[in-house]
Design a protein around this ligand. Structure first.
Ligand SMILES: C[S@@+](CC[C@H](N)C(=O)[O-])C[C@H]1O[C@@H](n2cnc3c(N)ncnc32)[C@H](O)[C@@H]1O
Length: 351
């Protein structure tokens, strides 16, 4: 388990190796060739044969293969998202019960505990698959023997203090079920990290509009007004431990560039929130500038526009950072002028 000091802000990122996960798999004796074959099979079901999607959650081998690749490569998405939050919110999050809906092998319950360097007051792991719940228990207790863990195949109980988390599960259960859970559990926070596809975004946008009746948005939108975008998602560029990289190469799956739709909502407070702008699409790098589509506040409403950041205002280090930047970063800027429908901007210190 490594901490990369270069990118370490509030915490992490944690990079888990297969070697570390291995003893905690339901089937630790699965051969690499079998893991690769099963991952191939699963990824076809995730994309093409979606009617057979439930198959990967039903036996020790599939669950272990899923965990081998997706658990270590999904956790960095959580790190990316939590790093967008102010310390005050992080401190508040860390002490709350964590309800992990569609927990799978325990990916984000483990990620949450590793990133905060302690387990939440309670982890409630929810999954319709008994095998996944078995895997979550083995995985989480393997890393954190004292964790207060409850596993449930369904959970609708009111838990107003909690953080309700969906990790690639709204995509499977649908937004109606997700909304129903949000309404019955009535948590303080709702967080989702879902696939960054345009089809799912259309559904998530409707869910967002309903959630905003009772919640403020902490990320990615500048405020809780309507979403003007047709397809807003983030793109994390990351690396993994060598044995995980090897597995993703053998499975021919790129797990270094990770598109996702990641959102955080908090119960409405008296004072409405507004954030800086967020990059929502990388457009181009020219000799003189970087161009992004951003979502920012104009006259109090979320607005999309293309911005041009001229390189002459950037230090060498900032320029390098922009070359490798993720999509979904928060930035602050003032507009200097409008050139051919683009906003030429000056970057400012983030508030
Ligand atoms: C793609 S996996 C995601 C696992 C994990 N959260 C991750 O991101 O690595 C989706 C999980 O959602 C579970 N699931 C699907 N529909 C569900 C529902 N209605 N309630 C609870 N879990 C569900 C599946 O069994 C599966 O384990």
């Amino acid at each position: 388990m490594q901490k990369d000091n270069q990118t370490q802000r509030a915490f992490g990122p944690f990079v888990l190796s297969l070697e570390e996960i291995h003893p905690h798999l339901l089937n630790p004796n699965l051969k690499e060739t079998d893991v690769v074959r099963l991952i191939h099979e699963m990824s076809t079901k995730f994309t093409v044969k979606r009617d057979q999607i439930a198959d990967y959650v039903q036996d020790d081998d599939h669950v272990s293969a899923y965990a081998s690749l997706y658990l270590p490569t999904n956790i960095p998405k959580l790190h990316f998202l939590l790093n967008k939050l102010p310390d005050e919110v992080l401190n508040d999050l860390s002490s709350r019960p964590f309800i992990d809906v569609g927990c799978g092998p325990g990916t984000f319950s483990l990620g949450w505990s590793l990133l905060f360097e302690k387990t939440p007051s309670e982890v409630i792991a929810v999954d319709t698959s008994r095998k996944m719940l078995e895997q979550t228990t083995k995985m989480l207790k393997g890393f954190f023997p004292d964790v207060k863990l409850r596993t449930e195949s369904k959970y609708h109980q009111k838990n107003t203090d909690s953080v309700l988390f969906f990790g690639h599960s709204i995509n499977e259960m649908g937004t109606y079920k997700a909304q129903d859970l949000i309404m019955s559990i009535d948590p303080e926070y709702v967080i989702w990290i879902e696939p960054g596809t345009s089809e799912l975004f259309k559904e998530l946008k409707k869910l967002r509009a309903n959630v905003l009746e009772h919640y403020d948005v902490l990320y990615p939108c500048p405020n809780a007004t309507a979403c003007p975008s047709e397809w807003c998602h983030q793109v994390l560029r990351t690396g993994h431990e060598l044995d995980v990289e090897r597995l993703s190469q053998l499975a021919s799956l790129d797990r270094k560039i990770l598109p996702m739709a990641a959102h955080i909502y908090r119960k409405k407070r008296a004072q409405p929130l507004s954030n800086d702008a967020t990059t929502i699409r990388y457009i181009n790098e020219t000799k003189f500038s970087f161009e992004y589509e951003v979502c920012y506040l104009e006259n109090g409403v979320n607005t999309n526009a293309v911005i041009e950041i001229q390189k002459k205002q950037l230090s060498k280090a900032q320029e390098k950072a922009f070359k490798n930047a993720d999509v979904g970063e928060k930035i602050s800027f003032s507009v200097e002028k409008i050139v051919q429908n683009k906003l030429r901007v000056r970057l400012e210190e983030e508030k």
